[in-house]
Design a binder for this molecule. Structure first.
Ligand code: C5P
Length: 218
């Protein structure tokens, strides 16, 4: 049977994960947070002492990851690393290592394996362009840099982590620059993606809009 996929790509802190979770909950579908796979690769590489510019070493680490997913939690070698993965330092290292084609190739099959019945909502940078190019609905999600920095800032404060708004914004803009301009699987809308700027929208409004689009596409 055909397994449908909705892809949501976009820059850092544009709300991809929240939107994907909301849409998946309403449809009763699975989710793939592909960024978490780059983050967990970064963490595993750091622990193994593999440098961010060692392409072959990184690919080996990614191919040998011992992962388990439980709901929204990620376990690496049996330990829950969900919170560690959200750290800015891990995100930055994920962005640095994600330029390497061999690493991206090593994560390809794992990402495809998330596509299970009754359907998948996949979020990241290249879900609609590289991993699920035949997806019937592709969203390119954007929000202003100011809105994204504020959201990230609020998320961190809620978790009791203090952060500087200006440096958060500079960091996410640097990460987006790198993601947009890399040679392999750069961040860009698929030809057939629908663009959604959610700067002034609530989560519920964006979820409803995507569900409407899905009903029209189906
Ligand atoms: O989305 P998130 O911030 O968790 O992703 C961390 C980094 O992983 C991104 O900055 C990006 O460089 C990389 N990434 C990627 N392709 C994806 C998802 C994430 O290159 N599909």
């Amino acid at each position: 049977r055909h397994i449908p996929v909705i892809t949501i790509d976009g820059p850092t802190a544009s709300g991809k994960g929240t939107l994907a979770a909301g849409v998946a909950a309403r449809l009763g579908w699975h989710t793939l947070d592909s960024g978490s796979l780059y983050r967990v690769s970064a963490l595993a590489a750091r622990r193994a002492g593999v440098a961010p510019d060692d392409e072959a070493g990184l690919a080996r680490v990614a191919a040998g990851l011992n992962l388990r997913f439980e709901g929204t939690s990620v376990f690496l070698d049996g330990a829950d690393v969900t919170d560690v993965l959200r750290e800015e330092a891990v995100g930055t290292m994920a962005s640095q290592i994600s330029v390497w084609p061999a690493l991206r190739a090593a994560l390809y099959e794992l990402q495809c394996s998330f596509r299970r019945l009754p359907g998948l909502v996949a979020d990241g940078r290249d879900m609609g362009t590289v991993i699920f190019p035949a997806a019937p609905l592709k969203i390119f999600l954007t929000a202003s840099a100011a809105a994204r920095a504020e959201r990230r800032h609020r998320q961190l404060l809620e978790r009791g982590i203090s952060a500087n708004l200006d440096s958060l914004r500079a960091d996410l803009e640097a990460r987006d620059e790198r993601d947009r301009h890399r040679a392999t699987a750069p961040l860009k809308p698929a030809e057939d993606a629908l663009e959604l700027d959610n700067s002034g929208m609530t989560v519920v409004e964006s979820v409803e809009l995507v569900l409407d689009w899905w009903l029209q596409r189906r």
